[in-house]
Design a protein around this ligand. Structure first.
Ligand code: NAD
Length: 487
């Protein structure tokens, strides 16, 4: 099955921070892949805008190198043609340098304008203000803003208020690249496009739900930034929360941006506070024998007394009719045994087993895998083939997209490129609305304040493990087990 490429209208995309790490690793290689797929229309233009002094030729060279390094295999031979679409302006978000040049570049262009703020959030207000001052943004212009969107409710509200001074909510695209993943959208297709799952999708049939986002990397060079943030702010408040919303939300009346986001918001607002004994925080230890290459968390951030968590596991409850009493276990961490992101829906036992004890007892498990090997697997119980009586065995009904859709399948599209194309189409479904972000912080803040008031110290855990042993206990004492973290 070949995925269809639906061209978008001609656009001008200005990337503030166009020389930065995110632009080089994700945004520009992603745009190039969309170009190779034939999705970038004639007349589309990408303007890098950053502090570094260079001309358009220098920028094209930098982008060509980034594409060679990060472009992946899905490339084409027309790199030169893509590079011709690029321009560059050296600009200062906080000063006057470069703005008149950007203004001349954008003048008399009558096509969709997107301004991507791939810079730190402290510059969002300056950029928004200057875009308006210079008459660069009209009512149809869009801005894309990166995470982190605040570090608590107060700062998120301030950021929203600043942006709202210059742009309408319909023009603001708060990006969470987890929402751009093929599987995340497939989760909605599976839930709401089939009659099979939705009747079972509730407290009566679901025993519990697990969401794991495990990384093998440590904090690397981001130590200073990360230590002010931690796993709760960096991962749970945004990525895991978004996944939880899509799993738990009611079916929206229509698949349109506000209908979907209204339902997600209701989930966040129905989340109970997390009890202190339902929360485990951890910090990774150094890799024995390789301490200089793989130092401990505290060494990596340069603070031997740091209390910031590089791992968190928690049990959440949603107080509504659908989910009352069904636990949602979330965990995420760095330097874990494998890189793996997975949502697992574990269904309840059959009400009564007609088989003898030695047939074994089995549960249906729906596993939604975001990375690696995006796909959805449903574990069903069948008879073990062959003679020897009735023994039960679990087999996976595998919906791995790479196989189901072939090498041309849409699963190859990176989250960033999909989301950028959505911005150009003006589709906000996969972007967070202001009230969603604020509600997520309103749930997160008291949890963080709680552990700060208790002077909680994260538990150490071995590099290459699944986190502190207490995290295993969090489920074991409920008679449950975490899924294996496997690559
Ligand atoms: P970076 O430090 O590599 O790049 C920053 C960019 O901003 C550079 O192009 C720099 O020239 C530009 N810049 C800085 N000050 C400026 C000013 N006064 N005027 C104009 N341009 C200025 O940062 P990054 O890693 O690319 O991250 C950019 C944003 O994206 C940050 O908010 C970050 O939190 C977020 N983000 C990054 C990643 C990632 O993987 N790198 C992932 C998610 C979110």
């Amino acid at each position: 099955m070949v995925s269809r490429v639906i061209p978008v209208d001609p656009f001008d995309l200005v990337i503030f921070g166009g020389t930065g790490d995110l632009a080089r690793r994700k945004i520009l290689p992603g745009l190039y892949r969309r170009f190779c797929a034939g999705q970038m229309p004639e007349g589309a233009r990408v303007v890098g805008a950053a502090r570094t002094e260079m001309d358009a030729a220098g920028y094209r060279e930098m982008v060509a190198e980034a594409i060679r390094e990060f472009g992946g295999d899905e490339t084409c031979d027309d790199l030169e043609e893509f590079l011709e679409k690029l321009d560059y302006v050296a600009i200062d978000a906080r000063g006057e340098a470069g703005w008149s040049e950007l203004h001349s570049l954008m003048a008399s262009r009558d096509q969709i304008e997107v301004y991507y703020f791939s810079v730190g959030p402290s510059l969002f207000g300056d950029l928004a203000e200057r875009l308006q001052q210079w008459g660069l943004a009209g009512p149809d212009s869009r801005i894309v803003v990166e995470k982190p969107f605040g570090r608590d409710l107060e700062s998120a509200q301030a950021l929203n208020a600043t942006l709202a001074r210059y742009f309408d909510e319909q023009q603001i695209y708060r990006i969470d690249h987890y929402l751009g993943k093929e599987t995340v959208q497939n989760l909605m297709a599976v839930r709401f496009g089939n009659v099979l799952f939705e009747p079972l999708w509730n407290r009566q049939y679901v025993d519990h739900i697990q969401i794991t986002v495990a990384e093998t990397v440590g904090v690397g060079g981001r130590g200073e930034y990360y230590d002010k943030s931690g796993a709760m702010r960096d991962m749970v408040q945004n990525h895991l929360m978004q996944l939880l919303c899509l799993i738990a939300m009611e079916p929206p009346a229509r698949f349109d941006p506000d209908a979907v986001r209204d339902e997600k918001l209701k989930v966040i607002r129905a989340l109970d506070p997390v009890l202190p004994h339902h929360l485990i925080r951890g910090q990774y230890l150094a890799e024995p024998g390789q301490e200089s290459r793989y130092p401990s968390y505290r060494e990596a951030v340069g603070d031997p007394r740091s209390r910031t968590e590089s791992f968190i596991a928690l049990k959440a409850h949603i107080s509504n009719w659908r989910w009352h009493g069904t636990p949602f276990y979330l965990r995420t961490g760095k330097r874990m045994i494998a890189r793996s992101s997975e949502i697992t829906v574990v269904f309840k036992d059959t009400p009564h087993s007609i088989f003898t004890e030695d047939a074994g007892r089995h549960r249906n498990v729906l596993s939604i895998r975001l990375q690696p090997n995006e796909g959805i697997t449903l574990g069903v119980t069948i008879k073990e083939p062959g003679p020897g009586g009735m023994r039960l065995v679990d087999v996976p009904l595998d919906m791995t997209f790479a196989e189901a859709l072939g090498p041309e399948g849409g699963a190859q599209v990176d989250a960033y490129e999909r989301l950028i194309m959505d911005v150009i189409r003006g589709n906000q479904t996969l972007f967070m609305r202001d009230d969603e972000v604020e509600a997520a912080w309103a749930w997160t803040d008291p949890i963080i304040q709680g552990w700060e008031a208790r002077h909680d110290v994260p538990k150490p855990y071995d590099s290459g493990s699944t986190g502190p042993t207490d995290a295993l206990e969090l489920m074991r004492r409920d008679g449950r087990e975490w899924r294996k973290v496997s690559p």
